[in-house]
Design a protein around this ligand. Structure first.
Ligand SMILES: C[S@@+](CC[C@H](N)C(=O)[O-])C[C@H]1O[C@@H](n2cnc3c(N)ncnc32)[C@H](O)[C@@H]1O
Length: 349
């Protein structure tokens, strides 16, 4: 038996649970989930496999709805407000972790304990360093997950299969000049999907991009900021400042009918509100026809069975890409700035 905690956006617990059960079962690991609506996390209990077995069979970046995870070491109840540190140290003496993170759910309840965790973190880390529990060369990170100041879970995640971001969340500052908050979705997608080593070639000035469903221009703004030339396709109006950069051409056309005039488009981005299967087909068409090199797009998931629906759409994309004879990379993630949608990265390789 081993118990895992997976963090997700509040309201997506069932999708997170369905997904982890699906991937675990594929890897021959079986268990059950406790997933209550709006808690911002899911508990998964494995009935076979050693502690941490899931980490060796399932990669976090294959999971769409899980932001971060850990395997439980100990659950501590009724911590003494006078000394919360001693029971934690006692539970961990003899173990080694590279670092420690103070976690909580991404909910209002979670945020209410975040102030407390900040005060607690320094003395706890010092106490654990004194006992040699924290050692840089170790290969796992210790998670202390707070339900409240008296009830905590202690667990670990392996350094090579976890998110380096606190709570698995990418915090970004909204750029004041951007025409819409949507801009953060594309910025986060660049951070998540594009390796830093590839930024100079993939996100550099002079590249051509097409933005389908561009208005008012939050995504186009990200491309323009990086020095790209953008064809913005939308019947709606584009932000004036963005148009004045001289880097944007606005076409009032249907994004499903638009075709690039030349074969010089590197990026296709698409944020059109449409049925996921229809958007997915369009993205595959662009990649198979060689109309672009890389695509980032949202699939809107307003339905109840989001995980199942997404699975079907992805499987259909894989079939069509295979039939189209292209070598590709496809990654999908429910990013922090996404709401009822997921973000996909599709690239010709
Ligand atoms: C969510 S908004 C896009 C926001 C934009 N990404 C931003 O950051 O400002 C969706 C846009 O898709 C456009 N749209 C929907 N269907 C379209 C279609 N068939 N062709 C072109 N644009 C479409 C809508 O007019 C709307 O402006």
């Amino acid at each position: 038996m081993s118990r895992y905690v997976l963090y997700c956006r509040a309201g997506f617990e069932k999708d997170c649970a369905n997904e982890i059960q699906h991937h675990a079962a594929e890897a021959g690991l079986f268990g059950f989930c406790r997933a209550k609506d709006n808690l911002g996390y899911v508990e998964f209990e494995l009935t076979n496999g050693d502690s941490g077995a899931l980490f060796s069979k399932v990669k976090l970046d294959k999971l769409v709805f899980t932001r971060q995870w850990f395997c439980l070491i100990e659950e501590l109840f009724d911590l003494d407000p006078v000394d919360r540190i001693s029971p934690l140290v006692k539970a961990l003496v003899g173990q080694q972790y590279a670092d420690i993170t103070m976690d909580y759910a991404d909910t209002n309840e979670g945020k209410a304990v975040s102030g407390f965790t900040k005060k607690f973190s320094v003395p706890l880390k010092k106490a654990l360093e004194k006992q040699k529990v924290i050692q840089r060369k170790a290969t796992a990170v210790l998670h202390v997950f707070f339900f409240n100041s008296q009830h905590i879970l202690v667990g670990f995640s392996p350094s090579n299969n976890r998110s380096d971001l606190h709570l698995g969340i990418k915090r970004l500052k909204f750029p004041a000049a951007a025409p819409s908050r949507s801009t953060l979705k594309l910025e986060e997608a660049f951070h998540y999907f594009i390796a830093k080593d590839d930024w100079p070639t993939k996100l550099s000035g002079g590249l051509n991009a097409v933005d389908l469903g561009a208005a008012p221009g939050g995504w186009t703004y990200q491309l323009v900021q990086r020095g790209m030339m953008v064809s913005a396709i939308d019947n709606g109006p584009m932000n004036k400042d963005l148009m004045e950069t001289g880097q944007v051409k606005h076409f009032r056309e249907d994004g499903f009918k638009y075709e690039p005039k030349k074969r010089n488009v590197h990026w296709l981005v698409c944020d059109m509100v449409e049925k996921p299967a229809r958007v997915a087909d369009l993205m595959v068409k662009w990649i198979v026809n060689g109309w672009c090199q890389d695509a980032i797009f949202n699939l809107k998931l307003p339905m109840k069975q989001r995980f199942q629906h997404l699975q079907q759409v992805i499987e259909q994309m894989q079939v069509s890409l295979y039939e189209g004879g292209v070598r590709y990379q496809l990654k999908v993630k429910h990013l922090y700035h996404d709401r009822e949608e997921v973000t996909c990265y599709l690239s010709r390789i």
